[in-house]
Design a protein around this ligand. Structure first.
Ligand SMILES: [Zn+2]
Ligand SMILES: [Zn+2]
Length: 542
């Protein structure tokens, strides 16, 4: 979707749940979101990029109980881990917060209070799983059993092994206590419900106008058309944001987690010294475009619960939801117990972060499943980054350095300008369509052209053919250097660290991270001294 360039843009990336280490499945959302943000900035947009750690809910409490520590200790450890991973991968958030912050408690309280005041919340007694051995209610992940929709084994709050549906408390069949393993009973308990069903017409209208990827819109529409049931938004837990007026209940984690997007915007603008009400431009006054990057597993939460909550509380609505396909390992779903998992920290000990960034978008279309394998990773690096891009840069810069020592004189050929212009158009349209694979494919095609142009003009013969030959040779080299400069600008969003290296090898001034797309057509300056180039990528041996 073509979003208006006059309005500021807020891009958010789904919040990692901080009770474990980052694996490459997580990155399918963060890396493309970062690429999108960097590319929008190159296109002249004013963009803020926020995310943060999702810190509430039962899995963290269960982890903490199992380890004999507090939830805060679990969160602090993994929060720091995720921040470090994002830093190493150059996923460059303007702000990365935590949903247990004071701001998020306050904002959640405000939104839930508004929903109550506007008549969207009611109280009802309901059957809730209860363990007579542990003598406690069993919210969400405290209970496991069978999915009532597809019959697969499921957790209390979602059918994670089967159909992927969100499960309401009391829905799961054959419930068992996660702590002691005994069969659980059901017992009445009073809870609060959000009248989601009354938002059906609103959601059908809203989803028709929602931008982003088709998968998000279509899945959500199907669910809304089938039936929307009211949503239980409280849990009997200690850890979380208290439900207004009730000390014994917290709000369900899927209430306060997306509200984190608002709180992080608030915290970011405050940290930048903007006035206290600046966040309202984004979330109250419809003066910005809100873009969410998520995984397909949380479409329900972002395209149904979240807009209904925002609408009900009188907040601005997201304009775009981009949902990435899930990641598999050698054709299998992630499983820590089976070892079908690739930890990001271990990956980065062996390979450059930019090779992973490249692979994650080059391997498959954004909305499709990505099947990770070491063979396909090695193939992308060796056949594309080493053989096409790395070869072009090293071969041409070495030739230029050895024969001229500076950027030679010459006019940029119309053919070269036209190729750059065509690639620019393809890159912009791929960005607007959230097709990051098309983006890298278009730029790699330009690199391919660079290699064949160099090969076709045979500068190594020209250089031996007197002054005239040398002059023509210089012009050819200058043209290929212009192509490399363009490739560098267009690939910076994908491989920021490697393209900074190329930028320096080209002796370019300015910052490749902030340079805009107009710079593509600015002729590379003749006479600038070149440095001895080094190879960009190493071959991956399996
Ligand atoms: Zn199911
Ligand atoms: Zn029990």
């Amino acid at each position: 979707m073509n979003i208006p360039v006059e309005k500021p843009v807020l891009v958010t990336s789904a919040l990692p749940y901080v009770n474990g280490y980052c694996h490459i499945g997580h990155l399918r959302t963060y890396v493309p979101a970062d690429i999108y943000v960097r590319m929008l900035r190159k296109m002249g947009y004013d963009v803020k990029f926020v995310s943060g750690s999702d810190t509430h809910g039962t899995p963290i409490v269960l982890s903490a109980e199992a380890q004999g520590v507090t939830p805060d200790e679990v969160i602090t450890k993994y929060h720091a881990h995720f921040k470090q991973v994002f830093k190493e991968l150059h996923v460059d958030f303007d702000y990365y917060g935590r949903t247990d912050s004071e701001t998020n408690h306050r904002r959640t309280n405000d939104i839930v209070t508004k929903l109550i005041e506007h008549g969207h919340v009611y109280k009802q007694s309901m059957k809730q799983a209860f363990c007579t051995t542990c003598v406690r209610f069993l919210p969400d992940r405290y209970v496991e059993g069978t999915c009532p929709y597809c019959g697969e084994s499921a957790r209390g709050d979602e059918c994670d092994q089967g159909c992927g549906k969100h499960l309401e408390p009391g829905e799961i069949l054959e419930p068992h206590c996660k702590i002691c393993g005994n069969e659980a009973d059901f017992k009445d308990q009073e809870h609060f419900f959000f009248k989601l069903s009354s938002f059906t017409d609103f959601l059908l209208f809203y989803l028709d106008t929602l931008g982003g990827t088709l998968n998000a819109r279509n899945y959500a529409k199907e669910w809304v058309k089938k039936e929307l049931r009211d949503w239980c938004i409280t849990r009997s837990l200690e850890w979380g944001v208290k439900f207004p007026g009730r000390d014994d209940l917290v709000v369900y984690v899927w209430v306060d987690a997306p509200i984190g997007y608002i709180s992080f915007t608030e915290e970011l603008l405050k940290a930048r010294g903007e006035d206290e009400r600046a966040w309202r431009r984004y979330w109250k006054e419809d003066k910005a475009t809100i873009v969410h990057f998520i995984g397909t597993d949380i479409i329900y939460h972002h395209c149904i619960f979240w807009p209904a909550m925002l609408k009900g509380a009188g907040y601005s609505l997201p304009a775009v939801v981009v949902a990435s396909g899930m990641v598999k390992i050698d054709g299998k779903t992630f499983s820590k117990t089976r070892g079908d998992v690739v930890w990001v920290t271990e990956f980065l000990e062996r390979f450059h972060p930019d090779t992973l960034r490249y692979y994650l978008v080059a391997q498959s279309s954004h909305t499709k499943e990505l099947d990770f394998s070491w063979q396909s990773f090695a193939m992308r690096v060796n056949k594309e980054l080493v053989a096409i891009l790395g070869n072009l840069v090293y071969r041409v810069l070495s030739f230029a350095y050895n024969n001229f020592g500076v950027v030679p004189d010459g006019v940029i050929a119309d053919e070269v300008v036209a190729k750059i212009e065509k690639t620019r158009e393809e890159v912009i349209s791929a960005t607007e369509d959230y097709e990051f694979k098309k983006l890298v494919d278009a730029v790699m095609k330009l690199a391919d052209f660079g290699n064949s142009f160099f090969q076709r003009e045979e500068p190594w013969h020209l250089i031996k053919q007197g002054d005239q030959g040398r002059e023509r040779c210089g012009e050819i080299i200058k043209n290929v250097l212009q192509l490399i400069k363009a490739i560098c600008i267009l690939l910076e969003p994908v491989m920021p660290a490697k393209m900074e290296e190329v930028w320096q090898q080209l002796s370019m001034e300015g910052d490749v991270h902030t340079v805009q797309l107009d710079e593509l057509f600015v002729s590379i300056e003749s006479g600038k001294a070149l440095k001895e180039p080094t190879r960009l990528f190493e071959k991956v041996e399996l």
